[in-house]
Design a protein around this ligand. Structure first.
Ligand code: AMP
Length: 179
């Protein structure tokens, strides 16, 4: 089973992604997590990734596509995967032809996401400064909304109210992907 999770930062993608991964016994992959690891590297490349992320911008499509392709070629993703954070632009979505079964859009208002993110500040993610968060939300509306339209037109988009409880959302996802 190959599933994509889409939603603004703070929409609960990683929580739901991990629950789904356990339930379906397929690996979970977050591009944000990959980039946070790369950003720790003490190289020109690592510093570049860190700068882009901390400013709330997106990593260029060609770089992102190459990294995702490299990861998904690994054995642990052979049986399927839950992808969190990719594709985020129409270019990425169009280039990614991997036979996706379902795309889950966790719909949460900007206000609710901002409220949740202010609570998790204690986790101290370096790329979660207020200005980076606002930039990311703005980019979601501008660049990722077209990705939703792209998958809606293909008939594989499930729009889910992401403001319910974690368990309710999980059940709704399971129902919508016909399990
Ligand atoms: P996330 O944890 O998904 O919010 O991602 C954190 C940051 O990683 C983003 O703000 C981007 O800088 C970068 N990133 C993650 N996924 C992508 C992607 N699909 N395309 C471009 N940049 C990405």
């Amino acid at each position: 089973m190959k599933i994509i999770l889409i939603g603004i930062q703070g929409s609960g993608k990683s929580t739901q992604g991990n629950l789904l991964s356990e339930k379906l016994h397929v690996s979970y992959l977050s591009t944000g997590h990959i980039f946070r690891l790369l950003a720790k590297e003490k190289s020109t490349h690592g510093r570049y990734i860190k700068e882009v992320m901390n400013a709330g911008y997106l990593i260029p499509d060609n770089k992102t596509l190459a990294i995702v392709e490299e990861y998904l070629g690994r054995l642990e993703y052979k049986e399927g995967y839950i992808l969190d954070g990719f594709p985020r632009t129409l270019t990425q979505a169009k280039a990614f032809k991997n036979g996706i079964d379902a795309v889950i859009y966790l719909k949460v208002s900007d206000e609710e996401a901002l409220k949740r993110l202010s609570y998790r500040n204690g986790e101290n993610r370096e790329d979660e400064t207020p200005s980076a968060i606002h930039k990311r939300i703005g980019l979601f509306h501008k660049l990722t909304k077209p990705v939703l339209d792209f998958y809606r037109a293909k008939g594989i988009l499930a729009e889910i109210d992401g403001e319910k409880s974690i368990q309710e959302i999980h059940k709704e996802i399971i129902k919508r992907i016909n399990l």
